[in-house]
Every structure is written in C-alpha cells, then in structure tokens.
Design a protein around this ligand. Structure first.
Ligand code: ATP
Length: 254
C-alpha cells in the first residue's frame, strides 16, 4: 500500500457570488515533497490556501491531511493535525530576539506557558531546541540573540518560517515567503527551506519564477480557478498552455 498524500484536495470549489474563484481543484502533495503552486494574478492561489488552512470553507469538495478528511475542521485543529503556514510579517514582535520568540512558540506548543512552576530545566531544553531550529535556518548565534527589528528583512521572513516550524508541522504552507525580500536574500530564504528535513512536506506559493524553478520538484499551475497543468518544473516550463497564460499576463502588463 502506498502512503497517502501529505495533503490532498478533491474537487475543491469555492464561489464568491456567482464567480468560482477555485473551481474543482484536485491536487496531491507527495509526502516529503517540495511542491509549488503558481498562477497568474487572480488565478485563485490565495483562495486555495485559505481553503487548505480552513480560513474559509469550500462550497464543494474535500481537503485531506495524510489521508484524513479535515474539510470540516477549524484552522487550529488543522494546525494540531500538522498543517502550518507562515505568519504574516506584522505578527513578529520587534523587541524579542529570535531565540526568545521561538522558545516561546515551542513552550506554547508544549503547553508549558500556563505552568508558572515549570522547571528551569524544561525552559533550558526548549531554548536549546529553539537554537537548533534557528541554526537549521542558518541563523548565526549573534542574530538569534539580537532584537528582531535589527534583522535584515530576509532573516525576518526566515524567523516567520522558524515560528511555523516550532508547531512541528508535517505540512508547511509558505505563502510568498520571499515577497519584498532583495534577490540575494530571497535565494537564501528558499535554500534554507529546501534544506529542511524531508519529514516536512512543503507547498510554496510564489510569484518569482526563478525561485520556484530552483526550489520545486513538482509544480501545479492554477489559472481561472482550475488546475491548468501539473508536473516537473521541466514539463511545466515546456507546456504551451502555461506559456500562453504567462505570456498573456506579460503582454497585459507591457
Ligand atoms: N472574498 C472575496 N469576494 C469576492 N471575490 C473574491 C474574494 N476573494 C477572492 N475573490 C476573487 O477570486 C479570484 C481569485 O482571487 P485570489 O486572491 O485567490 O487569486 P490569487 O491567485 O491569489 O491572485 P494574486 O496572485 O493576485 O494574489 C479573484 O478574481 C478575486 O477577485
């Protein structure tokens, strides 16, 4: 028996008024894969992510996490089942150092924050775990201890990813993790994500094609709410239908 997909949708549909923003989308992320979701503006990517996380409900279809139907579950229970997404930048505390923020996130996950009597030892173990997590994302010790506001923007985006990882997800959704990050730094962000252990399946939603083609093993292309193409980066890049929607978009912006 083959393992179920890490995350799967079946015929997922969401309408706004009469307009189908997501229209019968079926996709499956293989366990441990690096998968990207791309599509021109208005293709339905954000709506699909909101359906995956449970921020909004579908009119039809299903979402399955490791083979279990989570369509009816609210967001926090999907997080508990192992689905995490990156935080928005404004959720970072500028005065906290990354090591403090990640230690707190780990403590919250372990349910330790409510215990005022928690032993110092437990806190030290969490701080060590936080340091290891940040080191995996290539934070130097000095950066871990400096206030978040002093970090370069790319490092702040990596800190968001570290906070999502503190939830110990099985599936991580990254919604444009490199948006607004200078090119030299954005490459670093994606390299650090690509180097995460294969126990975490990653779905990347990204506009920057360079980053997508560097990162992804499989790409799903969304257009007008539907899956237009799905395959390896090479196959997707060759697909004339994909070229058409992107060339059309480029022409519209010219
Ligand atoms: N709450 C809403 N009410 C009405 N229409 C909506 C709503 N949310 C999204 N839409 C419409 O659904 C379509 C898909 O939007 P969505 O934001 O999911 O696309 P996207 O692929 O994320 O686009 P972009 O890359 O520009 O962010 C758009 O035409 C949008 O106007």
């Amino acid at each position: 028996m083959t393992a179920p997909a890490a995350l799967e949708t079946r015929g997922l549909t969401r309408r706004f008024g009469g307009f189908a923003a997501v229209d019968g989308v079926s996709l499956a992320l293989a366990p441990g894969s690096r998968h990207a979701l791309i599509g021109p503006n208005g293709a339905g990517k954000t709506t699909l992510v909101n359906l995956l996380t449970g921020a909004i409900r579908p009119g039809a279809g299903a979402v399955l996490l490791e083979g279990r139907d989570v369509t009816a579950l609210p967001q926090h229970l999907r997080v508990k089942r192992g689905l995490a997404r990156t935080f928005q930048i404004n959720q970072l505390f500028p005065d906290l150092a990354p090591i403090e923020a990640v230690t707190l996130a780990l403590a919250e996950r372990e349910g330790l924050t409510a215990r005022w009597w928690r032993p110092v030892r437990a806190h030290r173990a969490l701080a060590e775990e936080a340091a290891a997590l940040l080191a995996r994302l290539r934070f130097a010790p000095a950066e871990m201890a400096a206030p978040t506001r002093d970090l370069a923007y790319g490092r702040q985006r990596l800190l968001e990813i570290a906070l999502a990882l503190a939830l110990k997800p099985r599936v991580l959704l990254l919604d444009e993790p490199a948006a607004g990050v200078p090119p030299e730094e954005s490459r670093e962000v994606l390299e650090a994500v690509a180097a995460l252990p294969r126990a975490v399946t990653v779905l990347l939603i990204e506009h920057d094609m360079d980053l997508v083609f560097r990162f992804a093993e499989r790409i799903t292309v969304l257009a007008q709410g539907r899956v237009l193409a799905e395959g390896t980066p090479e196959a997707v890049a060759r697909d004339p239908r994909v070229r058409e929607v992107y060339l059309g978009e480029a022409a519209a912006h010219a």
